[in-house]
Design a protein around this ligand. Sequence first.
Ligand code: NAD
Length: 282
Amino acid sequence: SAEIINGKELAQQLKDNMKNEVTELRDKGITPHLTVVLIGDNPASKSYVKGKKKASAETGISSDIIELPDSTSEEKLLQLISELNNDPEVDGILVQLPLPEHIAEQKVIEYIDPGKDVDGFHPVNIGRMMTGKDTFLPCTPFGIVTMLKSKNIAISGQHVVVIGRSNIVGKPVGQLLLNENATVTYCHSKTKGLKQFTKMADILIVAVGIPGAIGADHIKPGAAIIDVGINRLADGSLTGDVDFEEAKEVASYITPVPKGVGPMTITMLLQNTIKAAKGRKA
Ligand code: NAD
C-alpha cells in the first residue's frame, strides 16, 4: 500500500526552519509582515484567513487582517492596496478571493505591487514563472512540488497528468513541473476519455473539486497521487477528489485530505512573505 505524504508534518518542519530565518531578519531590524485583506463574510474565506494568521504567528511573521464589508467599493479597495504598496513595513499583500461581484478580481490582482504579491497571482509573476525566472510561486503549486521533492519522487522525464486547469492550481502546477523537465498533460472538464490519460501518469495531480472523482481504475500501478481537492461533505467532514482507500492500494505515494496539500499551501505563503522581506528596499 502507498506511502502517505503527510503535508501537515512537512509543513511543520518547514515552519520550524522558517522560524530561524525570521529570527535572523528580526536581528537585522526587519520583521516580515503580511497584510491580508478580507472582504465580506464568506465563512470559508474567514477560516482560511484565520489559518494564515495563526501560521504566520508560529514562525514569528507579523500579520494583520483588514476586514471590510461586502459593500466596499472597488475604488476604495484599490486605494487601500495603493497604501499597502507604499507602506515600507508591509512585505506581503494578500487579497482573499473570491471578491464580491461588483469588484473586478483581475483589476485588483494587477494593482498589487508584484514585489509584494505573495500569492503569486500577478501576471508579471506568472510570466516570470512561465519563463523560469526567480519569482513568487503560487502557493498551492509550490507546496505540491515541495511535497514531491521531500520524498525524492523523480520529476525529470516523468509523465505528469494534471486534472483541472484553474489559474491558481492546475495551470501553474503543470508549468512548474514542466520547468522541472516533466512531460505534462492537462485534462479538464472537456477532456474526452479521461482514464486513458490518467492511466499513463507517473504523477497524477487532481484539482477538480468533486469528491471521489478519481478511483483505482484511473491510476497506473506505482503512480504518485497528489489530491488537491477540498470538499466539505454533508456531515461537515473534509474529503479530497480521490477515493483514498481505493487509490492507496494501487499508488506508490498518496497525499491525504485533510493533512495533505492544504497545510503546505499556507506554509508556502509564509515562505513567500519571508522572501519578500529579504528583498525589502533599505
Ligand atoms: P476550479 O474549481 O476553478 O475548477 C475545477 C477544474 O476541474 C476545472 O479546470 C475543470 O475543467 C476541471 N473539471 C471539472 N469537472 C471535471 C471532470 N469531470 N473531469 C475532469 N476535469 C474536470 O479549480 P480549483 O480552484 O483549482 O479547485 C479545485 C479543488 O482544489 C477544489 O476542491 C478546491 O477547494 C481545491 N483547492 C485546494 C487548495 C489547497 O490548498 N489544498 C487550493 C486551491 C484549491
